[in-house]
Design a protein around this ligand. Sequence first.
Ligand code: NG1
Ligand code: ZN
Length: 565
Amino acid sequence: MEEESITAMNQQQRSHLLHASSRFSPPLGLKFSYGTAGFRADASLLESTVFRMGILAALRSVQTGSTIGLMITASHNKESDNGVKVADPSGGMLSQSWEPFADALSNAPDAQSLVQLIEFFVRKESISLDGVCKAEVLLGRDTRSSGVSLLEAAKEGIASIMGAKATDMGVVTTPQLHWMVRAKNKGIEASEYNYYEQLLTSFRCLLDYIPEGNKSKNAGGKVAVDGADGVGGQKLEKLTSKLNNLTINVRNCGDGVLNEGVGADYVQKEKVVPRGFGPADAGIRCVSLDGDADRLVYFCVSSNSNNIELVDGDKILSLFALYLKEQLGLLVGPQNEKSNSSYQPHLGVVQTAYANGASTDYLKKLGLEVVLTPTGVKYLHEKAAEYDIGIYFEANGHGTILFSDSFLSWLETRNKDLSSTSKGSDQHKATVRLLATSKLINQAVGDALSGFLLVEAILQHMGWTFQKWIELYHDLPSKQLKVKVADRTAISTANAETVVVNPVGLQEAIDSEIAKYSHGRCFVRPSGTEDVVRVYAEASTQEAADNLAHSVVKLVDQYLGASNS
Ligand code: NG1
Ligand code: ZN
């Protein structure tokens, strides 16, 4: 039997990999899982996992013949945690078909079994490792101090695939790295400078195309931004002086502890002001980014307490949906109605079960198609990509707008035609605005910086005050709790996580609790990022939502044998 002829890895590569891997042993007794947002754990436990993800990223690059991204971040988690995730050639998340390989790699007990796993995988996927492969991985990290040594581990992982090149993009936001991967694979220069240029040019274009009547109404003004003491605030500061009519005051840029009492996750979950904000900010638009700047929420501070009015991902999505529906209406006539145009672009909205029920009602009343997917941006993203324009947001502020390639090329042609036949017409303006929106909003992942600029441009376009946006609809009171259980995988769900399938009987018990409340809605699901089961409840009053959530926590305890709650 000629072993060499059927193997996809030559001997030199095999011993190189074995040698490099022997320096990175995984911690004993731990099981890693790629989860909904890559691997996350205490940073001290992650060296071998990050090294192995370097290998995976390089292999993915060989297989696809494209540049791949590797980002070291634990987003909104505490500073002492870290994490790693991989970006595919489109800039989106790593293909789900590779996740089992990521899990297996990170859990291989030693160098020998790791190399065996890789050999088996490359043969199965017909990836040829002959020592001269071409692969490129763009690396990025957030501001966590542990990121420095983890980045070195990633570089060693990449270097263990002979011929693979690692390009360090430095400290960047997660969406910047995803944007760069996408840009690189489209032949655009993948620099931070280019990213800012694209954002600024498209933002200015949207301002130039504000309807005459709204130009002077509520234009620009003051915004205060909470940077979560992470990378986002630092990056936004590079833009502030270039944003003509906006006065942006960026706080929490890194002097305090990352994500501690600050950031989008804190503000959205606790519904109080972040550190550095208070009653003096009443009346102005306040924005909170998360630790790696892929999420944003707005909030309005109360003049006499630390309470806030939260403007979450659902309301950002609703603003975007309203604006895009208006532009499509100008372009091809109202959606869902007969029009003269032969082409009816399909606009869709994607949410999860965490979306406030009031937002879903509002969107449906607008006549929009709304679908729910399970939690995790990869699911929302995949669904949104099925539309000509797909808008997706999680309530926590992660989301973006995807424009299909076919719709964009149709728009380009339409724009060219209209600029020669009816320049300045409503139709022409709509094509310009839609094209600029597709460049401003990150096509790879949710991006707090580009989302922020789009919100600001749309508010000016509409001539709206912050208050007017807040009052678009009124959120139903809600409560989120988490339950520590012995084994969260004992819960399985269906219908976009709205129904518990296992353990049998739990859903019926939840249903009879819900029935006691007006506007009651409640669901439970195992978290993909923490070892807990999450409980979400909604009802017509805060007290009722709290009670419903607490009684369902007790049911979860009962059915799953909680370790504590
Ligand atoms: P899990 O832990 O699976 O609930 C959380 C968020 C998700 C998503 C991921 C990744 C909630 C309820 N869940 O997932 O929406 O953002 O983290 O960061 O906010
Ligand atoms: Zn994040």
